[in-house]
Design a protein around this ligand. Sequence first.
Ligand SMILES: Nc1ncnc2c1ncn2[C@@H]1O[C@H](COP(=O)(O)OP(=O)(O)OP(=O)(O)O)[C@@H](O)[C@H]1O
Length: 405
Amino acid sequence: MFNFIKKITASKSETPQQQAVRDSAVDKVLLDYNVGNVSISQMVTGLDRDGDQLTLELRLPQDCDPEMIQQELGNLLHPHGIKAIHMNVRLPAPAKGEAKTLPKQMPKTTDAMGNNSKATSKPSPNAEPPITKAAPTQASLSPHPHIRHIIVVASGKGGVGKSTTTVNIALALQKLGNRVGVLDADIYGPSMPTMLGVANIKPELENEQFIPINAHGMAMLSIGSLLDDDNTPVAWRGPKATGALMQLYNQTNWPQLDYLVIDMPPGTGDIQLTLAQRIPVTGAVIVTTPQHIALLDAQKGIEMFNKTNIPVLGVVENMALHTCSNCGHTEAIFGVGGGDRIAEQYQVPLLGRLPLAVGIRAQVDKGVPSVLADDEFAPYYISIAKNIEANIDKFAKPVDDKRIF
Ligand SMILES: Nc1ncnc2c1ncn2[C@@H]1O[C@H](COP(=O)(O)OP(=O)(O)OP(=O)(O)O)[C@@H](O)[C@H]1O
């Protein structure tokens, strides 16, 4: 399990085994408890357990009863040794004219059986007023003091070659003379360590900060480096994943970088949205294949970035054409011109187009991506990196060198 990122402080009497058992019991209760038809785990934006005290940050739907939820969770968690639940709740802002019906009384701390109790009252470490705080916007985020540009590489759909593209773009930006870092945030299939040939190296901790791994001169950190073999993607839903990823971003001693390239998890769900709202991103690159379905998903990705005010730097069309290595015949296996269409529809540049080529796959499998191998495909990625560089400064955020971690 993912113990060293999760905010868990074991009580003095709690052995590591008891801690693990209690953590997974809490996870299971949250996964199984529904508000309406949706698991409450999808609504948790922060989770902090300190021994038998559980603090939850929740974004709840408007028509729910937070006190009842707190009471029911208390009943369910009490048998697992949780004695008090502290809830910080955000509700959506009321629509015009509805102000009188909101807020419902917000729950205070209760003991785990639902009794309000002063004795157990404890503010969350991230305490905020318990209601209606708007989600952060890009404009309100402080730039990172060491990082000039943060680029997220996203795809609406899994398996389109997002990670392969990310690693090669990062290496291409480095080849163009930039200081580059890579953050592998793909909780569903973290592949950067393998693609960069550093799968066996674990990052070190110094003064509670991660030290990125040196991967061919790039500063690399992956959620994959922090998982034990028994971890499964299911354990990474919602709050845990975003909490862990934010910690990787914030509690890492990133060196001075011109670019931090983030390999996002595929899709446009809560995790992606939260990251897009909390990390000060210069721009997004969308990877798609020419297939219709991948394109539809790419559109969702673009719309998500538009909503969160993250500029879309452009689209990369991956696996565009295939040249048969035996007969030399070239075929558009996944269709033609999808990248162009989406770029046109959303008025974003088509940054480049990659062929479907055994060589591209073989190189990342070996841990020596095309750009590093300087093979026949490297120029495609260099050209994409040049296209990114050509436009990035107009989206740049000021560097905040006063920020202190
Ligand atoms: N242009 C390409 N030509 C041939 N194979 C490719 C190409 N791009 C990616 N691949 C291969 O396709 C597979 C999926 O690629 P990759 O892991 O980069 O996709 P992804 O979108 O990041 O996937 P996931 O959603 O699982 O994270 C890998 O085996 C990779 O080597």
